[in-house]
Design a protein around this ligand. Structure first.
Ligand SMILES: *[C@@H]1O[C@H](CO)[C@@H](O)[C@H](O)[C@H]1NC(C)=O
Ligand SMILES: *[C@@H]1O[C@H](CO)[C@@H](O)[C@H](O)[C@H]1NC(C)=O
Ligand SMILES: *[C@@H]1O[C@H](CO)[C@@H](O)[C@H](O)[C@H]1NC(C)=O
Ligand SMILES: *[C@@H]1O[C@H](CO)[C@@H](O)[C@H](O)[C@H]1NC(C)=O
Ligand SMILES: *[C@@H]1O[C@H](CO)[C@@H](O)[C@H](O)[C@H]1NC(C)=O
Ligand SMILES: *[C@@H]1O[C@H](CO)[C@@H](O)[C@H](O)[C@H]1NC(C)=O
Ligand SMILES: *[C@@H]1O[C@H](CO)[C@@H](O)[C@H](O)[C@H]1NC(C)=O
Ligand SMILES: *[C@@H]1O[C@H](CO)[C@@H](O)[C@H](O)[C@H]1NC(C)=O
Ligand SMILES: *[C@@H]1O[C@H](CO)[C@@H](O)[C@H](O)[C@H]1NC(C)=O
Ligand SMILES: *[C@@H]1O[C@H](CO)[C@@H](O)[C@H](O)[C@H]1NC(C)=O
Length: 442
């Protein structure tokens, strides 16, 4: 390797910046003692702690794992996610005296308590992540006074144990009305219990909202027309709410939409075809809406789809060859719908494809070459009406990563080529389903 003058200079410069940042960042004594008090009150398993366990009183606290300081030595960031904390964070916590905090991440712990009251003292917070930390009960109103918040994540899985986190009193409206700087609002698993018109209108109070995640929130439908005004949304996750609603076509006008997750929503009516033509969309999941009818339109050129999941719906009709335009497609699941016709030959162009499930439809014809699918790990074409000879391994050439393939319950003729069993992946554990014949083909 040749060291050029430029790279040498930039090396010196970056070291100098590194040193000067760390020299100027001497922890203030009061900040250090607040941090230590906070730590000493926590219940935690020190063995599984990657940060707290190594907070050493003799070392500048700005150097401690998870701690970030500003130039004056105030603690402005604290990241103690996944530290196996199991309690000891309460109303009187000294954490609430670290009043310069801008970023606080306590996610993925197990506090197993209500959220303490005191967050209103952390006026400068812009980022707060309390998700998956075992908090339950009503979310305190104090958090709604943090008007500088840009990101708030209080997602929870405690409903699984019957001790859900709730936004009932204060309700969603009261809770968000002053959070006008919010761009990312993640409330997955929090019981909100609001009707379609109510929660959609509340969200209009948040002019900067870009990412909305409210799956499993006991939300009711319908998907209200006022949602059309949230044109800036890039992420919409409302899955696992009983919306019993049609999907508004206006989602197709959202210029920045990348994720639309509406699985298990009791959706009805016809899914607007135009939504599949939104070029920015990367994830569409509308699975498990058994009353949702739909047809695929032609997919646009240069689309960004990585994940297309339509399984367990009442989608039908042909699977257009233009799916080959989705060069980034990695997961494709159309299982258990009513698609028919032949499989698009363009599937062979999808070099990023890793998960392919087209099972339990009415597909006919032969299996297209999947020759480019070097990343494929999972192929399920079972329970269709595919015919012809079962292709030999040359058809599947290059499937180095295949872990599972199921071609059962089709109308293939002839025997299983033994060459299929010497795919390279046979060297790793593989679940190879029997290639049973379709009942009708005898
Ligand atoms: C924390 O403060 C709230 C509101 O002031 C109060 O209802 C609650 O009982 C306090 N919790 C504890 C553990 O003291
Ligand atoms: C916690 O949040 C901070 C702030 O965004 C982030 O930098 C950090 O990666 C997060 N920690 C983990 C473990 O996700
Ligand atoms: C919050 O933390 C969880 C768990 O560490 C993480 O999965 C999630 O992405 C974080 N949320 C945000 C908005 O960064
Ligand atoms: C929101 O801000 C207004 C004006 O500052 C204030 O009167 C109101 O109490 C705040 N609402 C909540 C829920 O904090
Ligand atoms: C969308 O974002 C732009 C720029 O950030 C902002 O001016 C506009 O008001 C927002 N529109 C809506 C409907 O929130
Ligand atoms: C879309 O995102 C870009 C980049 O993040 C941003 O500049 C633009 O304002 C956004 N447009 C809308 C309509 O939100
Ligand atoms: C969903 O909501 C509809 C109408 O509000 C209701 O009829 C239906 O029973 C609900 N389904 C479930 C699974 O709760
Ligand atoms: C599914 O769509 C067909 C039309 O193809 C319709 O006749 C049928 O009623 C739909 N089934 C359900 C459960 O909506
Ligand atoms: C697709 O991308 C190619 C190359 O980046 C570009 O030349 C072409 O104009 C794009 N097509 C559309 C419809 O955007
Ligand atoms: C697919 O099913 C539809 C409706 O059941 C039918 O009209 C159409 O002819 C079928 N197409 C093929 C290629 O079998």
């Amino acid at each position: 390797m040749r060291i050029t003058l430029v790279s040498l200079l930039s090396l010196i410069l970056s070291n100098w910046i590194y040193l000067s940042v760390h020299i100027s960042c001497q922890c203030l004594e009061d900040q250090k003692s607040l941090l230590l008090q906070f730590k000493n009150n926590l219940k935690l398993n020190l063995e599984s702690s990657k940060k707290l366990n190594f907070w050493n009183q003799r070392v500048d606290c700005c150097q401690w794992g998870g701690v970030t300081c500003d130039k004056e030595g105030h603690v402005i960031g604290l990241d103690l996610s996944s530290e196996s904390i199991s309690g000891g964070f309460e109303n009187s916590s000294s954490l609430f005296s670290l009043q310069n905090l801008q970023i606080l991440n306590l996610s993925a712990n197990n506090f197993n308590s209500v959220i303490p009251f005191g967050f209103n003292k952390l006026e400068k917070l812009t980022f707060l992540n309390l998700s998956y930390s075992g908090f339950r009960g009503q979310i305190p109103i104090e958090i709604s006074q943090l008007t500088r918040l840009v990101t708030l994540d209080i997602s929870s899985l405690t409903y699984l144990t019957g001790q859900e986190l709730k936004l009932e009193n204060p309700n969603l409206r009261k809770f968000v009305q002053n959070l006008t700087n919010i761009k990312q609002l993640f409330l997955d698993g929090v019981s909100i219990k609001a009707h379609g018109k109510e929660w959609s209108n509340v969200l209009l109070l948040l002019p900067n909202l870009q990412e909305l995640s409210m799956s499993h929130c006991n939300l009711l439908g319908p998907l209200d027309s006022s949602l059309a005004r949230h044109r800036n949304l890039s992420v919409i996750r409302l899955n696992q709410n009983n919306l019993s609603s049609a999907v508004p076509e206006t989602f197709a006008n959202f210029k920045n939409l990348t994720t639309l997750s509406l699985d298990y929503c009791g959706l009805m009516g016809t899914f607007p075809e135009k939504i599949f033509q939104v070029r920015t969309l990367s994830v569409i999941d509308i699975s498990y809406n058994t009353d949702l009818f739909g047809l695929f339109p032609d997919f646009p050129l240069n689309g960004s789809l990585r994940s297309l999941i339509v399984s367990n719906t009442n989608f039908s009709g042909a699977f257009p060859n233009s799916i080959g335009n989705m060069m980034q497609l990695s997961k494709l699941d159309l299982s258990n719908c009513k698609f028919n016709g032949t499989l698009p030959s363009s599937l062979s162009n999808l070099a990023e494809l890793s998960y392919l499930d087209l099972s339990s439809n009415g597909f006919t014809g032969s299996i297209p070459s999947l020759g480019l699918g070097r990343k494929l790990t999972h192929i399920d074409l079972s329970h269709n009406d595919l015919s012809g000879a079962i292709p030999s391994s040359s058809h599947f050439d290059g499937l180095q990563n295949l872990l599972s393939i199921d071609l059962g319950y089709n109308s293939f003729k002839g025997s299983v080529p033994s060459s299929l069993f010497i795919l390279p992946s046979m060297q790793v554990p593989i679940i190879y389903q029997a290639l049973y014949q379709h009942p009708s083909s005898g």
